[in-house]
Write a protein that binds this ligand. Structure first.
Ligand SMILES: Cc1cc2nc3c(=O)[nH]c(=O)nc-3n(C[C@H](O)[C@H](O)[C@H](O)COP(=O)(O)OP(=O)(O)OC[C@H]3O[C@@H](n4cnc5c(N)ncnc54)[C@H](O)[C@@H]3O)c2cc1C
Length: 473
């Protein structure tokens, strides 16, 4: 019954059909001849240039239902776009329909019940704006412009991961538009199989028109450490950070980032244009206790600049790593590390010194804590026992250099797979534009069979396949 191997039907709309559809949808319908089409189809990754036949700027669940029905009945390839951050470009599709959720960005905080309902097209910056007004936070990522939809359904690793787990661990329920056009609520008590699957299974099962999260008391004042060291000679600092990170309490989530700062006024003067090792850490709790807990992260070596005191506000921290508007061509890959021994650190450090483009970020987020205590079968996300991730975020401003960057990222991650305790991959960081069946299947591991059953129940014909695709059983 599944149409997974069938050739997609290119979709097109003539003026007459567009007029008919225009009477149905509340949101704008945008085709390649419309002004604004190029802006709307643009994804975060400048290397991906997709030309959908129709972009539907959904204003609410009704537009999503009709958009899903349109794709299903016409056989058009269908992509769901929220923040547009997927590095492999899963937020768009050539010659098909894009349901653009960006106008669905409502956020409603219920401070009495510590919950927040978020529409499926909101970004984390929009969520933080509303939740912080009540001194609350939902674990998101580390930049403000990433979509809540894609990040949460694929897991979600951010500054609060050790205290409150992945973003999907704070999800209480979601309203999902299924491939049939039906709208259902998925929670622990309704469609529990679907609720299990969307916590890590990505956009495979339908469109999340809204997501309700548990919100946690945090901020606006927080304690953070953000210290920039010269990359040259910083291997000892890296080891010092690792020693702190392995013994950290759940309140402290930290990361090491090996990078090159921009040579302009977006970087603090001593670090402009310099190769750096950034040690970042956040304390998810009382700010004054946090300043004490984070002091050792600020005392590692002689830094170029210590920006910790500037980042004592949760929202400001969430913006601190946002890029500028320069188009960047990206290719990312990652793996998990069960241990970060000296050999692994030396490998990471040596590779960082050899990056073929200054934009490439070599990133070691600490995980573990609450995240690591959730069982592999409890959510579709699967095994999250590794205390560290290595993410090699290949980026360049020069399109011509992308093949070299891509090859370097692949070689680095391939070599890292030989490290003791290396394994798995974070599917939200997969940069390949077509999902790699083997990588996806392997990552879901023992959960794959159950995921395929749930896929068959809710999307038997694989309408939602522009993602890290799970085939229906
Ligand atoms: C600059 C940058 C920073 C990042 N930082 C982090 C980070 O700190 N932590 C982290 O965990 N990840 C991070 N990511 C990765 C991120 O989680 C993934 O790229 C994720 O897919 C982005 O979601 P999106 O909604 O922005 O993407 P989109 O490209 O819009 O969508 C990605 C996928 O999610 C599906 N999807 C999106 N919204 C919905 C919805 N409402 N319902 C159903 N399916 C949906 C789409 O179908 C598509 O398959 C980052 C990526 C970038 C480029």
């Amino acid at each position: 019954m599944a149409t997974t191997s069938s050739t997609p039907t290119p979709f097109s709309v003539d003026a007459e059909r567009l007029g008919e559809l225009g009477a149905v949808f509340r949101g704008a319908l945008v085709t390649p001849t419309d002004p604004g089409y190029d802006d709307l189809r643009r994804l975060d990754n400048a290397a991906i240039d997709r030309r959908p036949a129709l972009i539907i700027r959904c204003t609410g669940p009704a537009d999503v239902v009709d958009g899903v029905n349109l794709a299903r009945t016409t056989g058009a390839p269908l992509a769901i776009r929220s923040g547009g951050h997927h590095v492999g470009g899963h937020g768009s599709v050539d010659d098909g329909i894009v349901l653009d959720l960006r106008d669905m960005k409502g956020v409603w905080v219920d401070p009495a019940n510590l919950t927040v309902r978020v529409q499926g097209g909101a970004t984390w910056g929009q969520v933080d704006r509303e939740t912080q007004a009540f001194g609350l936070a939902v674990p998101g990522g580390i930049v403000s412009t990433t979509g809540v939809g894609g990040l949460t359904l694929g897991g979600g690793v951010g500054w609060l991961v050790r205290k409150w787990g992945l973003s999907c661990d704070s999800l209480l329920s979601a309203r999902i538009v299924l491939a049939s056009g039906e709208v259902v609520t998925a929670s622990a008590t309704e469609h529990a199989d679907l609720f299990w699957a969307i916590r890590g299974g990505g956009g495979n099962f339908g469109v999340a028109v809204d997501l309700t999260f548990r919100a946690h008391p945090l901020g606006p004042e927080i304690a953070a450490a953000f210290v920039l060291h010269p990359l040259a000679g910083s291997e000892g600092v890296l080891r010092g950070w690792r020693d702190l990170a392995v013994d950290a309490p759940d309140e402290v989530t930290s990361r090491a980032m090996l990078w090159t700062m921009a040579d302009d006024d977006t970087a603090p003067p001593p670090a402009r244009g310099r190769d750096v090792l950034i040690i970042g850490a956040v304390y998810a709790g009382d700010a004054s206790r946090g300043r004490e807990a984070l002091a050792p992260y600020r005392a590692l070596g002689e830094p170029l600049v210590d920006m910790s005191d500037m980042l004592g506000d949760y929202r400001f921290l969430q913006y601190a790593l946002d890029g500028d508007d320069t188009p960047v061509h990206s290719y990312w890959k990652s793996l998990y590390l069960d241990r970060l021994d000296d050999e692994a650190l030396s490998f990471v450090y040596a590779r960082a010194l050899e990056r073929p483009d200054p934009r490439i970020l070599v990133h070691l987020p600490a995980m573990g804590g609450a995240c690591g205590r959730v069982g592999a079968a409890d959510t579709a996300f699967g095994d999250r026992s590794a205390p560290f991730m290595l993410s090699v975020d290949g980026m360049t401003e020069d399109a011509a250099r992308l093949p070299e960057v891509r090859a370097w990222v692949r070689a680095t991650v391939e070599a890292a797979r030989g490290l003791d305790g290396a394994g798995g991959t974070y599917l939200n960081f997969v940069g390949d534009d077509a999902s790699d069946r083997q990588v996806v299947d392997q990552q879901y591991g023992a959960n794959l069979g159950r995921l395929r059953e749930v896929k068959r129940t809710y999307d038997p014909d694989n309408l939602f396949r522009i993602n890290n695709n799970i085939l229906p059983a």
